[in-house]
Design a protein around this ligand. Structure first.
Ligand code: HEC
Length: 155
């Protein structure tokens, strides 16, 4: 039994609002947004690893020039991200069966809101509090996408 719940209130469609639960989640294995040193993306990466280890479902966040190389897009994701970057902001996920209908790919775009810019905004290149250079992003820019890949053996 697996449930992916992604809530997306207006202006709040970041990974921080995404909670994953799998068959027997260890209590406290996935921490909540109330954590003191909470970094949405770190939460996302950790959740993604736990999730991916246990199922035929792969979930990651990705972007064209990732801070964390683990978030590097694969060829499919890169294509979709490039397409999203040229389109107006949208809450719509892009969902498609590929590889002879054995793999479902779904990408949900994420856009920068004001809260993100302390780390991802200007001045570009200056280190944020987590030690990464800022991207120089502006509110509303495409930040990346949540990517979900589900493989089925037979349908
Ligand atoms: C406290 C600083 C901080 C804030 C605030 C923050 N981020 Fe990040 N973000 C990070 C760090 C650090 C990483 C790299 C995480 C990792 O190692 O996986 C990251 C990575 C990402 C990634 C994954 C791609 C990559 O570069 O590896 C996306 C997408 C992203 N952030 C979007 C956002 C959005 C959208 C917001 C606002 C809702 C936001 N971030 C707020 C620090 C921050």
């Amino acid at each position: 039994m697996m449930r992916v719940l992604a809530t997306g209130e207006k202006g709040d469609d970041h990974t921080a609002t995404m909670f994953l639960s799998v068959g027997d989640p260890r209590p406290g294995a996935l921490r909540s947004a109330s954590d003191k040193n909470f970094i949405p993306a770190t939460f996302g990466s950790q959740a993604a690893r736990k999730f991916s280890n246990r199922s035929q479902v792969k979930i990651k966040q990705t972007t064209l020039n990732p801070r964390n190389l683990k978030n590097t897009p694969d060829a499919y994701e890169e294509n979709v991200l490039k397409r999203l970057a040229t389109q107006p902001a949208s809450n719509t996920s892009i969902t498609e069966w590929i590889d002879n209908e054995t793999t479902l790919r779904a990408l949900t775009p994420i856009y920068y809101s004001q809260d993100c810019l302390a780390c991802h905004g200007n001045p570009k290149g200056i280190l944020d509090i987590s030690g990464y250079p800022r991207e120089g992003a502006q509110e509303g820019d495409l930040a990346g996408a949540i990517s979900i890949q589900i493989s089925v053996k037979s349908r």
